[in-house]
Design a protein around this ligand. Structure first.
Ligand code: UD1
Ligand code: MG
Length: 448
């Protein structure tokens, strides 16, 4: 009954690969900058006094290094299966055959496929500036390989009902196809939500970096650490501790090995992501020498959707996206056309003081009753400042509905560098809160 644990040394290989990925990114981004400029992949830094062209879509370099790293890593991820010959053995229960782990290979390859599609979409968006309404469904298509693999491995479509609601719904509710719809929308959400929380140096890549580190910390909780470390599997309704000392305990509840494998898979995808993001951030930090473009936003967003779906922790993942969820909800009136949405919603730069102020959207026509109502609620909640027209009294302009403008409204004007630091603090605070909700509060609404 003793089964070997998944090879943790492979994790160190992944770490080694990630260090190389970091070094490659930090070296390649500046050296390929002129090539990008020659190819007309450039952008103007909107919040500076100078107008030097900055190489744009350099997320393509990150995505390439990332995908190459993950591809080269495939034989290592399956080194166990490569070194153990396929054999069959007779046991008391009959004949067992140790087979190549095709299921895990399918998970890995379908993830790579989705990442490639997301990178392609991001790059096309950089080159052709696709209208956001048109590009929304594309990540849904990119997620089909993931969903198919999820289906093939009989992925769970049940949700556990919180204790207070059990008298109404029972313990488990099977969402069936709705669960697949939810997972495909997750990929659209993860990719676009990072892209619309953008516009100041370092904002896109720092979000991705902090979310990836949070996912890694969460994964580490599920690894079979040496004696003394309690793993919170009880929260998953599994009253066992994960194996100690490198060997699975006899009689362990079914599912724990799978749990470790899933989180190892997530680590294999997140470690190199942290590496390329950290390498890129060095060049994207204020004052930026390279822009990520939509390529980086789409690639990183899809990487999160991939691990959330394939490693079955999409709800925990969404907890790490709290600032993005806030920014998305705040943005809805502009995204859905109730409030005018300028091409750029970045804060307004005052060259005299070098400070950023909230930027504004101006109404060309009087706002509808619904728009006025929503903006009044947002104003009361302190999320925006809506200015009435001096003559008509109708709302004439409002600060752009993004978390960046919200921070400037609440905290006052600040420099671009300070604003990105504040944004990063918000993201870290969000992750701390996420861990508290997941491992502190979840125990109150779910039983062990
Ligand atoms: C999204 C936002 C848009 C925001 C833009 C900034 C929505 C619906 N869309 O659009 O409001 O203005 O991102 O990225 O919320 N830029 C800088 N400094 C930076 C990063 C980008 O000035 O640190 C500028 C550059 O001019 C760059 C451009 O933003 O060329 C890139 O914009 P792009 O990513 O194409 O905009 P969207 O993703 O369409
Ligand atoms: Mg963008």
């Amino acid at each position: 009954l003793l089964e070997p644990v998944p090879q943790l040394p492979v994790l160190y290989t992944s770490l080694g690969f990630s260090i190389f990925a970091f070094l490659f990114t930090i070296y390649l981004v500046p050296s390929l900058g002129p090539t990008f400029i020659n190819a007309n992949l450039t952008g103007n830094d909107l919040l500076k006094t100078y107008s030097t062209l900055i190489p744009e879509s350099m997320g393509l370099v990150c995505a390439s290094v990332y995908i190459v790293t993950l591809t080269l890593f495939i034989p290592f991820a399956f080194s166990d299966a490569l070194t153990t010959p396929v054999h069959s053995s007779a046991t008391a229960e009959g004949i067992t055959v140790s087979e190549f782990p095709h299921r895990q290979l399918a998970v890995y390859l379908s993830s790579l496929l989705s990442l490639l599609t997301a990178t392609l979409l991001g790059f096309l968006d950089d080159v052709f500036d696709i209208r956001w309404r048109h590009k929304l469904p594309i990540p849904v298509i990119a997620s089909i390989p993931l969903l198919m693999v999820y289906f093939a491995e009989r992925g769970n479509t049940n949700v556990v009902v919180p204790l207070p609601l059990r008298s109404l719904f029972g313990t488990l509710v099977n969402l069936g196809p709705l669960y697949y719809l939810y997972m495909s929308l997750l990929s659209t959400f993860c990719t676009n939500s990072i892209n619309i929380l953008a516009g100041i140096n370092g904002s896109e890549v720092s979000q991705a970096l902090i979310i990836a580190v949070s996912v890694i910390l969460n994964d580490l909780l599920y690894l079979p650490w040496p004696i003394g470390v309690r793993v919170p599997v009880h929260l998953l309704g599994n009253n066992t501790e994960i194996g100690f000392g490198g060997v699975w305990k006899a009689g362990m509840a079914f599912g724990s090995k799978e749990l470790v494998e899933r989180h190892l898979f997530s680590l294999y995808f997140m470690l190199p992501l942290v590496a390329v993001c950290a390498g890129f951030m060095y060049h994207n930090w204020y004052p930026a020498r390279a822009f990520p473009g939509d390529t980086l936003c789409y690639m990183t967003g899809m990487a999160f959707a991939v691990v959330g779906i394939q490693a079955h922790f999409s709800k925990t993942l969404l907890l790490f996206f709290m600032p993005q969820i806030f920014n998305f909800i705040l943005s809805c009136p502009q995204l859905f056309g109730l409030v005018p949405c300028p091409r750029h919603r970045v804060p307004r730069f005052d060259p005299a003081t070098n400070l950023l102020h909230p930027s504004k959207a101006v109404f060309e026509r009087p706002p509808s009753r619904l728009t006025t109502f929503i903006l009044q609620i947002f104003s009361v909640l302190g999320l925006t400042v809506a200015t009435p027209h001096p003559k008509t009294g109708l709302i004439h302009e409002t600060t752009n509905l993004t978390i960046l403008n919200f921070l400037l409204v609440r905290l006052g004007p600040m420099s671009e560098k300070r604003l990105v630091q504040v944004l990063m603090c918000v993201q870290v605070a969000g992750s701390v809160l996420a861990f508290f909700i997941r491992y502190g509060l979840a125990g109150l609404v779910y039983d062990g």
